[in-house]
Design a protein around this ligand. Structure first.
Ligand code: PHB
Length: 397
């Protein structure tokens, strides 16, 4: 049996859930499917930093109140290098801030909001392919947990299904995109300890990069640069603390039980095409950034802000101009974020083949940034998020 909806959304991550939420506010129905279970989505630890615009969207559209109660406002970060600590003051330079609010908490809020609104949200339904992308009745072919076929015909299909997107095959070709790999990865840990510092510390050290992040008053998230092939279980807890501590000289890390370890691969990717006919890509399905600038989830939200208004205009007013403009408009921010993420990554990490020249030049680059108000302001503007096109329409301002 073929079901019908206005917008079929593949993926119940931040992009898919937020799109369904914003469309729902405009009276546009959608069906969201995801191959994962609700529990998996709500417990997988992902990113932690939300731009100010992301927070405005989540709180002012009723998607999350907890971002203000559980989340915490950060008005700066520390850049550490050459044994020095330099604060980048977001409030003083960019007049903005970010919020530390774990992505899975935002997902819990979005799922609860969707279900409370009586929306059609289906877990453990796996997308197989998209058919007839170029007709005005594209179809999403999927399979539910019991293996039964699911077929949804929609006016529009949105691929919000992450970096291994199924939708991308019918838009841009699975591997068709601009791509860059990095010769390192992050070793991430979660530990039971109080924060070691007030703000996040991004540290360039002779041993390699480390990031001291946070999750809550009781749980901390930390990362250090490692080989992409590293075995997460090879180091003892004592060795992990020693590695981390050596990379943040001048700060005494508060240690505690390490209860999760993972390796994060680094890549930069932008799909060649973000739209074909009536199939559109958003979030990680369209692009991936390395995590150093904390742009991933925020970029997904910026895509969705643009696309929700574009789909509203197409479906409610019969005007396709904004959907036609979506790829070009979205790509401007995507490439700015690609640049920022690449820049933060290159400036802060130790390249495996780095010569003494490369290493000293990198310190010169860091010093250029922290000693210049323009440098600090550039970093702060990018980190807290450039103005989001379309946000006024979505927030009714
Ligand atoms: C995190 O807390 O997971 C995090 C924070 C900042 C980043 C990347 C990851 O730049």
């Amino acid at each position: 049996m073929t079901e019908r909806t206005r917008v079929a959304i593949i993926g119940a991550g931040p992009a898919g859930l937020l799109l369904s939420h914003l469309l729902g506010r405009q009276g546009i129905e959608s069906i969201v499917i995801d191959q994962r279970s609700r529990e998996q989505i709500e417990t997988t630890i992902r990113a932690g930093i939300l731009e100010q615009g992301t927070v405005e969207i989540l709180s002012e559209t009723g998607a999350s109140d907890r971002v203000h109660t559980v989340g915490r406002r950060h008005e700066g970060i520390e850049l550490a290098f050459a044994g020095e600590h330099h604060r980048i003051d977001f409030a003083a330079t960019a007049g903005r801030a970010v919020w530390l609010y774990p992505q899975h908490e935002a997902l819990k809020d979005l799922i609860a909001a969707r279900l409370a609104a009586g929306q059609d949200l289906r877990f453990e339904v796996t997308a197989e392919r998209v058919e007839d992308a170029e007709s005005d009745r594209p179809r999403l072919i999927a399979r539910d947990a019991s293996g039964a076929p699911v077929e949804i015909e929609a006016d529009w299909i949105v691929g919000a299904d992450g970096s291994r997107s199924v939708a991308r095959s019918s838009v841009s070709g699975q591997r068709a995109g601009y791509f860059r790999e990095y010769p390192f990865a992050w070793f991430g840990i979660l530990c039971e300890a109080p924060p070691s510092a007030e703000e996040l510390i991004y540290s360039n050290s002779a041993e390699g990069f480390a990031l001291i992040s946070q999750r809550s008053p009781e749980v901390q998230r930390m990362y250090f640069q490692c080989d992409p092939e590293a075995d997460p279980d090879a180091l003892s807890e004592a060795e992990l603390w020693e590695t981390l501590q050596a990379r943040v000289p001048g700060t005494t890390l508060k240690e505690g039980r390490i209860f999760q370890r993972d390796i994060l691969r680094f890549r930069s990717f932008v799909a060649h095409e973000l739209r074909r006919g009536r199939v559109v890509l958003v979030g990680d399905a369209a692009h991936t950034v390395p995590p150093t600038g904390a742009k991933g989830m925020n970029l997904a939200v910026a895509d969705v802000v643009l696309l929700s208004e574009a789909l509203r205009s197409a479906l409610a007013d019969g005007d396709d101009a904004l959907v036609d403009a979506y790829p070009e408009t979205a790509l401007q921010r995507i490439w700015k974020a690609q640049h920022f993420s690449w820049w933060m990554t290159s400036m802060l990490h130790l390249q495996p083949e780095a010569s003494d020249f490369d290493r000293l030049r990198q310190l010169g680059e860091l010093r250029t940034v922290v000693e210049s108000e323009a440098g600090r302001t550039y970093l702060a503007e990018a980190y807290t998020g450039w103005p989001m096109p379309g946000i006024e329409a979505v927030l009714g301002r």
